[in-house]
Unconditional design. Structure first.
Length: 129
């Protein structure tokens, strides 16, 4: 029985080639995980941003229904989604006898929202009780 002879001993892969291949694959996997982490952070911040927008839109509706004069006495903080939102309203009179209200909503360690609305100075219609 004749055993096969291997005249060319450099036909296989060396240990150095294997280490380089593992290193390149490891860098690719780490980059993939970094991308996944960033996308999770972006998706996770969407709910508080949506809540802040809803608080701002609610305040804008209140200003349009009640008028800017009554709207100035509305509470400066609102609880929504288990968070306490700080609502700041900056008002400026326009030439058309409306009030431009810039509504800024924020909460600690959360994304906020800014909304601009034009509201009448007083309630446009009398609210019945």
């Amino acid at each position: 029985m004749n055993l096969p002879q291997f005249p060319d001993r450099e036909a296989g892969t060396s240990l150095i080639e294997m280490v380089v291949a593992v290193l390149v694959l490891s860098i690719g996997v780490i980059a993939g995980f970094q991308s996944l982490t960033q996308s999770q952070k972006g998706i996770g911040g969407e709910l508080p941003r949506l809540l802040a927008q809803n608080v701002a839109l609610n305040r804008a509706e209140e200003l349009q229904l009640l008028g800017a004069a009554v709207g100035a006495s509305l509470p400066k903080s609102v609880v929504m989604g288990g968070l306490v939102w700080q609502v700041d309203v900056e008002q400026a009179q326009t030439e058309a006898m409306f009030v431009e209200a810039r509504i800024s909503v924020s909460a600690p360690d959360q994304p906020g929202a800014v909304y601009v609305v034009y509201a009448p100075v007083s309630a446009p219609v009398e609210l019945s009780q």
